[in-house]
Design a protein around this ligand. Structure first.
Ligand code: CMP
Length: 138
């Protein structure tokens, strides 16, 4: 069944000029781009987005990194979008990512790992709503 997920092309990938290649990989994998915007977020905005990770030791550094430069926020749609995007992204740590995945190709570390994708339906809903209003999705 058609499903929506949320994704961020992270500051490391934007800085290195990989945004276009990542968007091409996403489209080639059959995702429809329902919404897209390039923006910068503040550290408090990154903290709100990653609220579930607030107790983790990497929370400060992660939210610092995510507010260190422009990102691209995306809403993507296809059958099985949440699981399929995570497969296309590869493992969180690029050292463990499979050949051909976005993180294998473009990520440099477990933190600067090029792309985020929602991990479940409820988080996808929260994350889409954090960045987009209904009228921005087409
Ligand atoms: P993401 O899919 O955006 O979800 C949470 C992010 O936290 C993750 O990608 C990584 O960028 C980061 N992360 C997860 N585990 C670690 C870790 N052990 N050290 C540093 N950053 C991490």
């Amino acid at each position: 069944m058609s499903q929506r997920t949320f994704s961020i092309i992270k500051p490391d990938a934007i800085r290195k000029g990989h945004a276009g290649a990542i968007l091409a990989d996403i489209e080639k994998a059959g995702f429809k781009i329902v919404a897209i915007k390039k923006l910068s977020i503040t550290k408090p905005q990154a903290e709100g987005f990653y609220y579930v990770h607030r107790e983790r030791p990497f929370f400060g550094s992660l939210t610092e990194f995510m507010s260190s430069g422009p990102i691209m926020a995306l809403v993507l749609e296809k059958d099985n979008a949440i699981a399929d995007l995570r497969k296309l992204m590869g493992a969180t740590n690029p050292a463990n990512a499979e050949e051909g995945t976005i993180r294998k190709k473009y990520a440099s570390s477990i933190e600067e790992n090029a792309i985020h994708g929602s991990d479940a339906e409820d988080t996808a809903k929260f994350e889409i709503g954090y960045f987009f209003a209904g009228h921005e999705m087409v």
